[in-house]
Design a protein around this ligand. Structure first.
Ligand code: ZN
Length: 207
């Protein structure tokens, strides 16, 4: 038995009714509770994997024990994921958990923007926050100002969690006219196809 399986077995069996795997895992389900720790600093209480940013709570139906784990363990050990009382297929469960991560990312973006709008009394930033709340996207001009100010104020954020819109012709024109150094501020927020478009416009990727 590998160390990994041994560690999981030693962790889960005392908290379960069944005395063997995978029977013990059949007693566990994802509760729907998640936590964003803001940085990859947490540990999976099941397998010990560290550097986790997101925790997913699982609960034993019989013993009511709870564990904070990484999503990898939910898939690895086929822990039940339910919706409206129905157990989801592995594919649907994966989709549901991915969606929850997206939601936590979006909330962390909003928190970063709120902190920014508070620390600077700026109409541009307030408008960017309102626009983001409404559209879940930033325009290229907003994106430059937001990431420049987030960085300047040392506010924890991850540009790759944000989305930029180029849907309106005006936004694409703004991106084309922008100095490449400014585009680099939000390069990580651009999708692969948006990056390709930026390259066509004559911009280069950050070093
Ligand atoms: Zn794990």
């Amino acid at each position: 038995m590998s160390n990994y399986t041994q560690r999981v077995r030693d962790g889960i069996l005392p908290l379960s009714v069944a005395g063997t795997l995978p029977k013990a895992f059949a007693e566990w389900r994802f509760t729907g509770e998640t936590e964003d720790h803001g940085e990859p600093v947490e540990t999976c209480q099941l397998c010990g994997q560290d550097r986790l940013r997101y925790h997913f709570e699982i609960c034993n139906d019989f013993t009511q024990h709870r564990l904070e784990v990484g999503s990898h363990c939910i898939f690895q050990f086929d822990v039940g994921v339910y919706e409206d009382g129905r157990r989801l297929s592995p594919t649907a469960a994966k989709r549901k958990l991915d969606k929850l991560v997206q939601k936590m990312r979006l909330e962390s973006c909003i928190r970063a923007l709120e902190a920014l709008a508070l620390s600077e009394n700026s109409d541009v930033l307030r408008n960017a926050l309102n626009y983001y709340r409404l559209n879940k996207k930033l325009t290229p001009k907003q994106a430059f100002v937001v990431f420049w100010r987030l960085r300047q104020n040392r506010i924890d954020h991850d540009p790759s969690f944000f989305n930029v819109t180029l849907k309106k012709k005006r936004y694409a024109q703004d991106l084309a006219a922008m100095a490449t150094g400014r585009v680099h501020f939000f390069w990580k927020a651009l999708s692969p196809s948006q990056r390709a478009k930026a390259l066509e416009m004559g911009h280069s990727p950050p070093a």
